[in-house]
Structure formats: C-alpha cells, structure tokens
Design a protein around this ligand. Structure first.
Ligand SMILES: [Zn+2]
Ligand SMILES: [Zn+2]
Length: 184
C-alpha cells in the first residue's frame, strides 16, 4: 500500500516537472516572438530612413513587404505589383514595356567564382543609362557548371531595346574603356 502511494507521488512529481519545463519553453517562445515583433519593424524603418532605397517595401504600397525587384527599374515590389514572365520579374509598367519591344543582347560577360566583380560593369552601365537617359535594359544571368574545374560559371548578359542597340554598343565600348582605367 505504502509502496503504491510512493509510486503515485513519483509519477505526479515527474508530471509536474514536465509541465513546468513545457511552461518555461512556451514562455521563452512567447517572449522571443514578442521581442522579434517589436524589433523587426523598428529595424526596417531605420533602414528605410537611412538608405532610402525601399529595399524591403513595395514601391507602390509602402506598408507591404516586397517580394522582388523589377528587372528594368530595379525597384522593389510586392506580390501584387510584381509580374513573373519567362522567369523574369517586372513591375506592371515594365512588363508592358518588355512585351511591346524587341530586345537585343548587347554583351555577355563570363564570370568565375574568383572574379565575380567582372560583370559589375554591365550593372553600372545599366544603372547609368536608366537613371540619366531613361533607356531601359535588363540583365540576365545563366549558370553553367564547369565540370573540368568543378565550379559554377555565370554568364551575365545585358539586353537593350533593339532600336537602342547600335548606339548602346558604341556607348558600352567607351564606358568599358573608362571603367577599366578607373578600376586599375
Ligand atoms: Zn519596373
Ligand atoms: Zn505593391
């Protein structure tokens, strides 16, 4: 009889300990979530103020988080505003622009893991012609495994509107000349 009572006591104490441990885990979880919740928006608004790039919020909906960047204007957009076409992302305006025009591959640069910055010239050129002259272009990267070297190569291609192609070929060539003297 006495032994039985002892076993019951042990079981009850054990259950209590398990309950207390569970309660502590839940409490820690709640505290963690709570602090995360108040910390995250603060950090994001700080970022927004300092960088002013709207990296985390939709350009059209300042309260909605962005899911990606338009290939042409490089601005951030939410799921409603960003369209996926041929696995390329565009905002509504620039999807229209993309579909209404013929595009020409201006240049492709092969980068390897030890020199990923080789393609930067294309991104910089794209930014300049868009910011200064409103000339649209987009950059597409294709990846290919180099089996001999056992690494991934990326082919970075810049596309412009076909009617801009002739002018932009010359422009890019002179941009690259100045670029390489700037870098070295
Ligand atoms: Zn856009
Ligand atoms: Zn939006």
């Amino acid at each position: 009889m006495m032994e039985n009572l002892n076993i019951y006591l042990y079981v009850i104490i054990l259950l209590l300990i398990v309950l207390i441990v569970l309660a502590i885990i839940v409490l820690v979880g709640i505290i963690f979530l709570y602090f995360n919740k108040i910390a995250t928006p603060k950090d994001l608004t700080n970022d927004k103020k300092t960088s002013n790039s709207n990296t985390f919020y939709c350009t059209n909906h300042p309260d909605t988080h962005s899911v990606g960047i338009c290939m042409i204007c490089q601005k951030s957009f939410c799921a409603k505003c960003l369209c996926d076409h041929d696995r390329l992302n565009f905002c509504h305006d620039h999807l229209k622009l993309y579909l209404e025009n013929e595009w020409q591959q201006l240049e492709t640069i092969l980068t390897e893991p030890n020199q990923p910055e080789k393609a930067m010239v294309l991104y910089d050129f794209k930014k300049i012609i868009w910011d200064k002259e409103n000339k649209p272009s987009y950059v597409v990267t294709h990846y290919k495994i180099n089996f001999q070297g056992d690494y991934i190569e990326s082919f970075v291609s810049l596309y412009v509107k076909k009617q801009d192609g002739f002018e932009m070929t010359k422009r890019l060539a002179s941009f690259k000349e100045n670029y390489s003297t700037q870098v070295s």
